[in-house]
Design a protein around this ligand. Sequence first.
Ligand SMILES: [Zn+2]
Length: 533
Amino acid sequence: MARLTALGALVALVALGAACHPAAPAPPAPVAPPRLVVLLVIDQWPEWAFDQKRPHLHGGGFDRLLAEGEWHVGEHPSAATMTAPGHALLGTGEPAASSGILANAWWHRDVGRLLTATEGRDGETTDTWLRAPGLGESIAAAHTGARAVSVALKERASILMLGHAGLRLWYDGTHGAWRAYGAEPPPWVRAREAAAPLAARIHAAWTPTDPAELARLSGGPDIAPGEIGEKGFGITFPHAPDTTPSASDAVFATPLGNDLVLELATAALAGEHLGADAVPDYLALSLSAHDYVGHGWGQESWEMWDMERRLDRALATFMAALDAQVGAGKWAMIVTSDHGVSPMPERMPHGGRLTYGQIAAAANRAAVAELGPGEWVADARYPSVYLSAAALAQPAHDRDMALEKIVFALRSFPGIARVERTADVAGHCETRTGEDLALCLALDPERSGEVTYLPAAGWVTVLDDEPEATAHGSLNAYDREVPLIMLSPGRTAHAPLAAHDATTVQMVRIATVLARWLGVTPPTNLPRASPPR
Ligand SMILES: [Zn+2]
């Protein structure tokens, strides 16, 4: 363990901390509690990409973060390196195996279809798939009157950062309006929408601020091998929303998407009276557009460099608003990510792209060899292959033989590093170590599919009908390692950091750190409701 700050001591003491929750270390010397604790998630923000970009970002935001904060490497605990499990982890302190949030969407055998992580059997938005309590419940359980608010473009990000309580706001791209979980958004949200109408902003084309600088920083032209675009945008600038199927939905893949989240989070300070008194409030925000830009053009692209430079300035504005409305030195913040991403497969030795349809077809061919013609595979979205109801209805011996054939077939499939029967690698994670532990923490013995697989380094898995430049979802370091910048209560400023320190922090600890700053019981220590089936 390298440098030990007060906070570093708190988070670094636990090397594993995922499957079990050891007693917390003694708290650091008391400092005045913050009035507001902020979690700022930059969706799809890998450590490797920030290491490359950091020397060139001097627009004010990152320099300030790194002049006030500690910069560690955060390591995600499991192979479930995707948005929904990542935000659930940040909100609850639980990896997929115990949060129950296995992926952005997974097959449900009882209804015979895929549901998103926040979609009920009736199609309505729900938080019931989340088995663990979150920081929203920690704050509610303290009965102090403190507020918990989350803001994101993505519904799953907003809901899962808080858990089952608090004001959870997200952007409805179909209607170009904000939504709230379980209720109409509060009047201040509608007032903000009326004061700064989205319709007046969403049609403007995204043009690069400085093309020559983007060429210099990226080391190449605007068009690079593998880029595909996102939300109907093309490969090269300019990106005009009115050329896409829906200008209001295209916001998900432009810098305006980040601005909208930061602006609504800023409006929430007054709207929800955040940081207005001595009882710490909680504000969680997630910059979802960052993820879409990464998927469409890659972290190395002109688009991502341009978005990062704009974000740098927007973060400075956001922190100035926190100073003005909460008070300088009276807020604390963690800036991190729900997962990383692979470099463009074209830049990786032996890299490539796999579709779930290709994996499902290979698995089905293997099953046909045992069971005869039929549709034996229901779904193959990472990290699981689910047998169909027809396959599950086969005699146990035949079904087992089919599973064996599927495992052997996928093991020889290009781009797949490891394939196992889920029953062999899921459950009792506390008895496992290393890669087996990280795989176990991504799986649920009941909810996961019968077979699990891991992509090889440089290989990304994508939907058949939604091609992507790059993707995440693996055990590889580029997916698991993210920047972790911690602006702790009572911090003192220093020269802006040029590089992260040598401390790797397990991301399962973040919810506990936030809870301690908030002065509430960590969600991992709250009683758990009986799990939904
Ligand atoms: Zn994400």
